[in-house]
Design a protein around this ligand. Structure first.
Ligand SMILES: NC(=O)c1ccc[n+]([C@@H]2O[C@H](COP(=O)([O-])OP(=O)(O)OC[C@H]3O[C@@H](n4cnc5c(N)ncnc54)[C@H](O)[C@@H]3O)[C@@H](O)[C@H]2O)c1
Ligand SMILES: [Zn+2]
Ligand SMILES: [Zn+2]
Length: 406
């Protein structure tokens, strides 16, 4: 039987490519696997030969040692692959299909799944609602930064690409459907972005840039992206965004210079709990900064889309409250302005088919917007390192050499 090389978290700042067992249609014991999930059978699952699997800012929270992820955890929740084996209960997918896998694992049978809330499926994580591949506290489903990976409830979870050759030709774009493109889009939709909107997106990492591309797709009049990383801001400008350097001060003043008023219609947080302060404060972490600033900047009656991740516990937090996930949020301000907030995992399935069509018909250039760079699986440690240093790139791993040269 084939082996399986996989990217593993080996302690703070350390990832390694190591040998892993070839996956089967059953959950086995392993680092981070919830004991209640061990032995769980998945006749509804498929085995994928991974075509593309991306490194995400969400992985970095674990790799920076900001979570309780155990050593040996197999990383990777952004998965696109070719079906090479299917369980007895898979009805509508065939061996040879190339599919995009939403990073949320969902059963398709529970109350939340039936309501389309696939980011908080009730049946896949014994600890709490919501799950993902290769992630701490998410049930222990093996990650997909590997040559092969098992995807459960495959008929429900997989999005099949219509044509194999076309899929491989556009794989740099299509690989973003497993997470960041729907996530950025969801951030914008829930912030109320539409024709003529003015939008401020905090964060010019891959999610922020995907949100910016989404805002354009949704018809925004002005898209302003804020960060303290000059390369990432330049990347945002490369496809028509205005930018704000938050290390120079409060984004509000720079927004006023761009728009003529210190206010936007829609605010998106694509940063999360590792947020830096503004101005001189940008040297330090100040986890409530982005949320408070978005309430300040967003018009009364507006909405905040918050894909940026916030945690229930953070061993590396700046203070004791933040260690418990309690942040100093100015909720009174948001209340006074009747702001709506949308948090949580993006329910990828709500958007991935439509965004696939936008990619296949050249309505959006998502790989270009996030500056996708394809690297071999063996180079994952370098990808993690460079991404952690703030490279203005989205790293796409190519575990089986199936991604054609650009
Ligand atoms: N909700 C979801 O479903 C979902 C899915 C994917 C990622 N995420 C989360 O989205 C966030 C962004 O992901 P990413 O891959 O782009 O991560 P990233 O770490 O590459 O990007 C975050 C960016 O925010 C910048 N930043 C820090 N403080 C800032 C501030 N005060 N104002 C503006 N920018 C600031 C950083 O310099 C960095 O460039 C992460 O928290 C990630 O976990 C959530
Ligand atoms: Zn991700
Ligand atoms: Zn469910």
């Amino acid at each position: 039987m084939a082996g399986n090389k996989a990217v593993m978290y080996m302690g703070p700042g350390k990832v390694e490519v190591k040998d892993l067992e070839y996956p089967g249609l059953e959950l086995k014991e392993g680092p981070g696997v919830n004991p209640a999930n061990v032995g769980r059978k998945t006749p509804h699952g498929v085995i994928l030969r991974t075509v593309a699997t991306n490194i995400c800012g969400s992985d970095q929270h674990m790799v920076r040692g900001r979570t309780t992820a155990p050593e040996g955890l197999v990383l990777g929740h952004e998965i696109t692959g070719e079906i090479i084996e299917k369980g007895n209960d898979v009805e509508f997918l065939q061996v040879g299909d190339i599919v995009s896998v939403p990073f949320n694992i969902a059963c398709g049978r529970c109350r939340n799944c039936k309501e389309g809330k696939t980011g908080i499926c009730l049946n896949v994580n014994p600890d709490r609602p919501g799950s993902a591949y290769g992630y701490v506290d998410m049930g222990g489903w093996t990650g997909g930064q590997a040559e092969y990976v098992m995807v459960p409830y495959a008929d429900w979870n997989c999005l099949k690409f219509p044509d194999r050759d076309q899929a491989l030709a556009k794989i740099r774009d299509l690989t973003m459907l497993s997470d960041i493109f729907p996530t950025g889009y969801h951030g914008c939709v829930t912030a109320g972005v539409g024709t003529g909107s003015t939008v401020y997106i905090a964060g010019a990492g891959p999610v922020g840039l995907a949100a910016a591309a989404s805002a354009h797709l949704l018809g925004a009049a002005v898209v302003i992206v804020g960060d303290l990383n000059a390369d990432r801001l330049a990347q945002a400008r490369s496809f028509g965004c205005e930018t704000v350097d938050v290390s120079k001060g409060d984004p509000k003043d720079q927004i006023a210079e761009i728009l003529g008023e210190p206010e936007v219609d829609c605010g998106v947080d694509a940063v999360g709990f590792e947020a830096r302060g503004h101005g001189p404060g940008s040297q330090q972490e100040a986890p409530a900064t982005v949320l408070n600033s978005l309430m300040d900047i967003t018009r009364a009656g507006g909405a905040l889309g918050i894909p940026g991740l916030y945690v229930t516990g953070d061993p590396g937090a700046v203070d004791d409250a933040a260690k418990q996930g309690s942040l100093s949020i100015r909720l009174g301000l948001g209340w006074a302005k009747s702001h709506a907030f949308t948090t949580g995992q993006c329910p990828v399935m709500r958007y991935n088919r439509q965004l696939m069509m936008a990619i296949l018909h050249d309505r959006v250039q998502i790989a270009k917007a996030v500056n996708a760079e394809v690297i071999p699986l063996e180079d994952a440690p370098r990808g993690y390192q460079e991404f952690d240093k703030g490279a203005a790139k989205k790293y796409v791993l190519n575990p089986n050499g199936l991604i054609p040269a650009a």
